[in-house]
Design a protein around this ligand. Structure first.
Ligand SMILES: Cc1ncc(C[n+]2csc(CCOP(=O)(O)OP(=O)(O)O)c2C)c(N)n1
Ligand SMILES: [Mg+2]
Length: 739
C-alpha cells in the first residue's frame, strides 16, 4: 500500500531542515536579501503563514479520518501565494482559488484581531461559527479581510472580479462615495487548468478589451500554475505563452515557488495594476503536493518518480532554505516554529469540533433570500426627486405623453429608476446608442449619460459578471440579455454565482441586481427558436431568485420598481423576462381599441412580489396564465362570456415566488382551473401551478394547455408547436362540458 502522502511531505520537510547550514544571523529588521523588500521578520512571518497553511492541510485529513471534517482539497505546494497577500492591502477585494490557505493567513496577519487558523478549521468541520459561509460550504472568505467567498465552479469568479474592478472605477467616475480606497485593486486567483475554461478566457479577454478600449480595469489575475488539473497535465509553458502578447493585459512571471522568493514579482505586478489601473496576469509557479484532494490516488495517473520530483520542490523546504542561507533563522528555530504551529492547529481543531453545526432547515436557508414586503412597498413607491426628474426628462415628461406600449412603459420606468437611483446602471449588447434591438432603452444613454447606460462587449458571461461585481460594489445594475436563448451560455453567473452569494456569505456579501431578458415566442414566425425561446425552466428553480414576467406596460413599470426596491432592501436578485411579442402590442380585442397600452405614472402603484392580477369576477372557470397567454386568455374569456360562461383570468405576473395563496382562493371560487402556459409541457410553468393547486388542497378539475416539447421552427410552422388561443378556448369549453 502507498504511503500516506501527508506523512511523507511532513517528514520530508522536517528531514530537510537537518541538511541546511545556517549563515551568520541577521537582525529582524535587516533586509532578507539586498535586492528584496522583505525584512527578516517579514520573511519569517511568511514562513509561519506557509507552515500554518500546511498544518491546516494535515489537520483537514486527520479530521476527515475521524469523521469530523468534510473537505480535504488543500493548499500544499501553493503556499507561495502568501507572497501575493503580502504584496497587497487587506482592503483590496480578493476572490480566491481553493488553494489559498497561505494567502488567507498572510492577509489576516494584516488585520488585527483576526483568527485565521480557527476560521479555516471551522470551515473544515462545517461549523455554524465559520466566519463566511457558516457551515454551508468550505471556502476562503471573510468580510473583514475583503475576501468574498467563491463557489466550487472553477473560473466562475473571474467575470465578477472584472465587474468589481470596473465598479471601483465607475463609482469614482459617477462621484459616488465608497468605503473601498480609491486606489484599491481586485485580486483574483485560479489554477492553470482553470485558465482554459471559457469563463476564464472570457473574463481575461473582457479585462484586456476594456483596458485596450481606454477604460481603467484594476484587476490582478493570479494563475497558480502547478502544471496539472486533477489528473490532466498542462503543456509546459502554456500559460505564459498563451498570454505573452495579449494587448491590454500585462503578464508577470514568478518562477520562485516560495513566498519569500515570489514576493518581489508579486509586488511589481501589484504596483503595476495599482498605479496604471490596468489589468495584469501574475503567473505564479506552484506545485501540487498530496494529490488533488484527500481521496485522490495520484499513483493512478503519475509515476512514483514524478511524484517524488514534485515533493522535492516543496515551497516550505525552499522557504526554509532561503531563510537559513540568508541568516534569518537557524534550522532549529524553524523546526521549533513549525512544531509550535502544529500544536496550535491541533488545539484549535479540538475547539472547532466542539463548535455547533447547522441544525435546522430554517437556519440553513435564512440568508438565502430574505423578504421584507412592507419595507419594499415603501421603497417601491418612494417618488424620485422632482427636480432630478425635470433634469432627466426635460420637456418630455412621459406622463404628458399618451398611453404607452409594454416597450414604452419599460423604457419610461427605467428612466424613472435611473432618476431615483443615481447608482443604477443599464448595460448590455446594443442597449446604449442604439437603444436596444426593440428600442426598449432608446434615449436613456443620452439622458442618463453614457457612463450609466452603455454597450458591453458581446459576451453574456461578461455582462452578468459585470453586473455581479458592480452590485457587490454597491451599484444597482440592470443588465440586459438580448434574447432568452442567450442567457443559457452564461446561466451559471446567475445560478451558481449571483443567487448563491448571500447564502455562502450569510448575507455579508450581496449582489442585488435586476437582469432584464427579452424572451418568449410569438414573433409571427420570425427568427426561429433562438428568438422565440419559450423555456423558463432554468430560471424557475434557482433558489431565492425572483422571476417576473409582466404582460402589460403598467404592470411592467410597477414590477420593475418592486424588483429595484427588493434589490435595495433585501439584496434580491431578479430576472425580469419581457415578452418580445407584446413589446409593441397596442390592442387587445380589436384593432384600434388600445386596451394593451397604459398611461405613465411617475410613481407606479405598488405590485407586491408574488401578487397576481385578476381580470373579471366569473365563477365558472379560472384561467391561469402569464406573459403572452394573458391577452390570449382574455380574448377567450370574452368569447366564453358571449356564450354565457363566466370566466376569470389570473395573470400570475411572478413565476417565482408563485402567488399561491391567491391562486388557491380564485381556484376555489371558480371550482375549475385551466392553465394557459406558453412554455413547454415538460418542465414548464404549468407543472408548478398544478402542483401548487394539488398541494394546496384544490380538488376541482384542472386542465392545461401548453406549447410542445420542442425547439421552435421558422415561419407559420411555429404556430404548430406553440400554445394557441384556439387551443385555450377548446380546452376551456371541454373542461366546462365535462361537468
Ligand atoms: C466548471 C467546473 N468543471 C469541473 C470542475 C471539477 N474540477 C475541480 S478542480 C478541477 C481541476 C482544476 O485544476 P487547476 O485549475 O489547475 O487547479 P488546481 O487544482 O491544479 O490548483 C476540476 C476539473 C469544477 N470544479 N468546475
Ligand atoms: Mg493546476
Amino acid at each position: 500500500m502507498a504511503e500516506d502522502p501527508a506523512r511523507v511531505i511532513d517528514s520530508a520537510f522536517i528531514a530537510s531542515l537537518s541538511t541546511l547550514t545556517p549563515a551568520p544571523r541577521k537582525g529582524p529588521d535587516e533586509l532578507l536579501t539586498p535586492d528584496g523588500a522583505l525584512t527578516c521578520a517579514e520573511a519569517l512571518a511568511l514562513f509561519d503563514d506557509q507552515a500554518a497553511s500546511r498544518h491546516l492541510d494535515l489537520a483537514a485529513r486527520a479530521l476527515r479520518a475521524r469523521g469530523e471534517g468534510f473537505y480535504t482539497i488543500g493548499s500544499s505546494g501553493h503556499e507561495g501565494n502568501a507572497a501575493v497577500a503580502a504584496a497587497l492591502r487587506p482592503t483590496d477585494p480578493a476572490l480566491l482559488h481553493y488553494r489559498s490557505g497561505a494567502f488567507y493567513l498572510a492577509r489576516a496577519r494584516q488585520v488585527p484581531g483576526s483568527t485565521p487558523i480557527l476560521d479555516v478549521l471551522l470551515g473544515l468541520t462545517g461549523s455554524r461559527d465559520e466566519p463566511i459561509a457558516g457551515g454551508r460550504h468550505k471556502v476562503f472568505g471573510n468580510a473583514r479581510l475583503s475576501i468574498s467567498p467563491q463557489t466550487s465552479t472553477i473560473a466562475s469568479h473571474l467575470p465578477r472580479a472584472v465587474g468589481l474592478a470596473f465598479a471601483i472605477e465607475r463609482r469614482k467616475k459617477l462621484g459616488l462615495p465608497s468605503e473601498t480606497p480609491s486606489d484599491a485593486i481586485v485580486v483574483c486567483s485560479f489554477g492553470d487548468a482553470s485558465i482554459n475554461h471559457s469563463t476564464a478566457t472570457g473574463a481575461l479577454n473582457a479585462a484586456a478589451h476594456t483596458s485596450y478600449a481606454g477604460l481603467r480595469m484594476p484587476v490582478l489575475f493570479v494563475c497558480e500554475d502547478n502544471g496539472i488539473g486533477i489528473s490532466v497535465p498542462t503543456p509546459e509553458g502554456w500559460v505564459s505563452e498563451a498570454y505573452r502578447d495579449r494587448p491590454g493585459l500585462r503578464i508577470f512571471r514568478a518562477d520562485e515557488i516560495a513566498a519569500v522568493g515570489a514576493h518581489r514579482v508579486a509586488s511589481e505586478a501589484a504596483r503595476y495594476v495599482r498605479e496604471r489601473r490596468r489589468p495584469a496576469l501574475l503567473h505564479l509557479s506552484t506545485v501540487r503536493l498530496m494529490g488533488h484532494a484527500g481521496s485522490d490516488l495520484e499513483l493512478s495517473y503519475r509515476t512514483a518518480s514524478q511524484i517524488r520530483d514534485t515533493e522535492a520542490q516543496d515551497p516550505l523546504r525552499r522557504t526554509a532554505a532561503i531563510l537559513t542561507s540568508c541568516g534569518a533563522a537557524t534550522p532549529e528555530a524553524l523546526r521549533e516554529r513549525y512544531e509550535s504551529i502544529r500544536r496550535e492547529v491541533a488545539a484549535l481543531a479540538e475547539q472547532a469540533i466542539a463548535r455547533p453545526r447547522l441544525s435546522s432547515a430554517e437556519e440553513i436557508m435564512a440568508p438565502l433570500a430574505p423578504r421584507s414586503p412592507a419595507r419594499i412597498a415603501i421603497e417601491a413607491t418612494r417618488a424620485p426627486e422632482a427636480s432630478a426628474r425635470q433634469r432627466f426628462w426635460g420637456e418630455a415628461l412621459p406622463e404628458r405623453e399618451g398611453p404607452g406600449t409594454l416597450a414604452q412603459s419599460i423604457n419610461r420606468a427605467l428612466g424613472e429608476l435611473l432618476v431615483k437611483y443615481p447608482e443604477m446602471l443599464v448595460f448590455g449588447e446594443d442597449v446604449g446608442r442604439k437603444g436596444g434591438v426593440y428600442g426598449v432603452t432608446r434615449g436613456l444613454a443620452k439622458r442618463a449619460s453614457a457612463a450609466r447606460v452603455f454597450d458591453t462587449l458581446l459576451d453574456e458571461q461578461t455582462i452578468l459578471g459585470l453586473a455581479l461585481g458592480a452590485a457587490q460594489h454597491g451599484l444597482l445594475p440592470f443588465p440586459e440579455i438580448q434574447y432568452l436563448a442567450y442567457l443559457h451560455n452564461a446561466e451559471d453567473q446567475l445560478r451558481g454565482e449571483a443567487a448563491s452569494l448571500r447564502y455562502f456569505s450569510q448575507g455579508q456579501y450581496e449582489n442585488p441586481l435586476v437582469v432584464r431578458i427579452a424572451g418568449l415566442a410569438y414573433q409571427k414566425g420570425f427568427g426561429g427558436h433562438f428568438h422565440n425561446d419559450n423555456s423558463l425552466a432554468v430560471l424557475r428553480d434557482i433558489p431565492g431568485l425572483i422571476l417576473a414576467v409582466p404582460s402589460r406596460g403598467d404592470d411592467a413599470a410597477a414590477m420593475l420598481a418592486t424588483c429595484a426596491a427588493a434589490a435595495k432592501i433585501d439584496g434580491a436578485v431578479s430576472a425580469f423576462v419581457e415578452p418580445i411579442a407584446l413589446y409593441h402590442t397596442r390592442d387587445l380585442y380589436e384593432a384600434g381599441d388600445a386596451l394593451w397600452c397604459a398611461p405613465h405614472r411617475p410613481v407606479p402603484e405598488h405590485v407586491p412580489l408574488g401578487s397576481p392580477r385578476v381580470y373579471g369576477e366569473g365563477r365558472e372557470l379560472l384561467i391561469v396564465s402569464f406573459g403572452n397567454g394573458v391577452p390570449m386568455s382574455l380574448r377567450v374569456a370574452r368569447r366564453l362570456e358571449k356564450d354565457g360562461i363566466a370566466a376569470r383570468v389570473l395573470d400570475l405576473r411572478w413565476l417565482a415566488p408563485l402567488p399561491i395563496t391567491e391562486l388557491l382562493a380564485h381556484a376555489s371560487a371558480c371550482g375549475r382551473v385551466l392553465i394557459a402556459d406558453e412554455t413547454r409541457r415538460s418542465g414548464g410553468v404549468s407543472e408548478g401551478v398544478v402542483t401548487a393547486l394539488v398541494d394546496g388542497g384544490f380538488r376541482g378539475p384542472i386542465a392545461r394547455v401548453t406549447s410542445e416539447d420542442t425547439f421552435i421552427p421558422l415561419g407559420d410552422a411555429a404556430n404548430l408547436v406553440l400554445m394557441s388561443e384556439r387551443a385555450i378556448e377548446e380546452r376551456a369549453r371541454a373542461l366546462l362540458a365535462a361537468l
